[in-house]
Design a protein around this ligand. Structure first.
Ligand code: ATP
Length: 235
C-alpha cells in the first residue's frame, strides 16, 4: 500500500539546536498513527514542520506528491489539517459560528456540513448557540476537532488532544479519533498519554531527544519493556 503521508530525514533546527533529527514516519490511508514522547521530545516541532509552519530539511510526500516546499495553505488544500495544542477557538463566537468559520477558513468547495458535524458530535449540537469560551475543556477539544473536519482533511494531525482533560473525556476524544478512522480520515496523533494513544492507534513512533528511538504496531509497543517502563508506568 502506498502511504498517505511519507516523511523521511525530517530535521528541524531552532538556531543551532536540532529539535527534530532525521525523523522518518509513514501514515497509511485509514490509519491512526501516534507519536509518543515526553515533554520537549520534539513532537510539536515535528507536526509544525509537516504542516509547513516551520522550515525543515528532509522529504515529505502526501498522497505521492512532494509537499515539502508547499505553503501552509497549499498543504491544507492538499488535505492536511492540524489542531494545535492550544486548540485556538474563537471564544467570543458561538459553537456554530466557529464551525462555519472552519469551513470558510479552509476555502474549499467541498466542505463538511454542520449537520454532519452535529451527528458526529451530538454534544456540540446541544450547545450550538453557546459561546466557545464557555465550553468545558472536553467540549472545546470536540469543537476544535469538528472545526478542523469542516475543511474535510484527509489527514488530521492532533497535538495532545488529551491535555488537561479528565480520563472519561480522554476516552471520549479517543473514541472520536477511532470514528474518524472509520470514516476514512487518517489521523496522526501526538500524545504524552501513551496508554490512551496506543489503545486507539494502529502504529506508533516514540520520539526522544528529537529522534525516533522506537517504532512498531501499537500492540507491540504496548508490550515493549522500554515503553512500559518509560511511558506507561508499572501496572
Ligand atoms: P511538549 O510535550 O512539552 O509540548 P514537545 O515534544 O512537543 O513537548 P517541542 O515543543 O517540539 O517538544 O520542543 C522540542 C525542543 O525544541 C525543546 O527542547 C524545546 O525547548 C525546543 N523549542 C521548541 N520551540 C522552540 C523555539 N521556538 N525556539 C527554540 N527552541 C524551541
Amino acid at each position: 500500500m502506498s502511504a498517505l503521508l511519507d516523511a523521511s530525514g525530517v530535521t528541524v533546527c531552532y538556531g543551532k539546536i536540532e529539535a527534530v533529527r532525521d525523523v522518518g514516519l509513514r501514515v497509511e490511508p485509514g490509519q491512526v498513527v501516534t507519536v509518543l514522547g515526553a515533554n520537549g521530545a520534539g513532537k510539536t516541532t515535528l507536526l509544525s514542520a509537516l504542516m509547513g509552519v516551520l522550515p525543515a530539511r528532509g522529504a515529505v510526500t502526501f498522497d505521492g506528491r512532494p509537499i515539502g516546499r508547499l505553503s501552509i495553505e497549499a498543504r491544507v488544500g492538499a488535505g492536511l489539517g492540524l489542531i494545535p495544542e492550544r486548540r485556538e477557538l474563537f471564544s467570543t463566537m458561538t459553537v456554530e459560528d466557529n464551525l462555519r468559520l472552519g469551513a470558510f477558513r479552509f476555502g474549499r468547495r467541498e466542505r463538511g456540513s454542520l449537520d454532519g458535524m452535529f451527528a458526529l458530535f451530538p454534544r456540540l449540537k446541544e450547545r450550538r448557540r453557546q459561546l466557545a469560551g464557555t465550553l468545558s475543556g472536553g467540549e472545546r477539544q470536540m469543537l476544535a476537532m469538528a472545526r478542523a473536519l469542516m475543511g474535510r482533511p484527509r489527514l488530521l494531525m492532533l497535538d495532545e488532544p488529551s491535555l488537561g482533560l479528565a480520563p472519561l473525556i480522554v476516552a471520549e476524544v479517543m473514541r472520536t479519533v477511532a470514528s474518524l478512522r472509520d470514516q476514512g480520515v487518517s489521523v496522526l496523533l501526538v500524545e504524552q498519554n501513551a496508554r490512551a494513544a496506543l489503545r486507539v492507534a494502529d502504529y506508533g513512533y516514540v520520539l526522544d531527544g528529537g529522534a525516533v528511538v522506537l517504532e512498531g504496531p501499537s500492540r507491540v509497543l504496548e508490550a515493549d519493556a522500554r515503553v512500559v517502563e518509560t511511558y506507561l508506568g508499572v501496572l
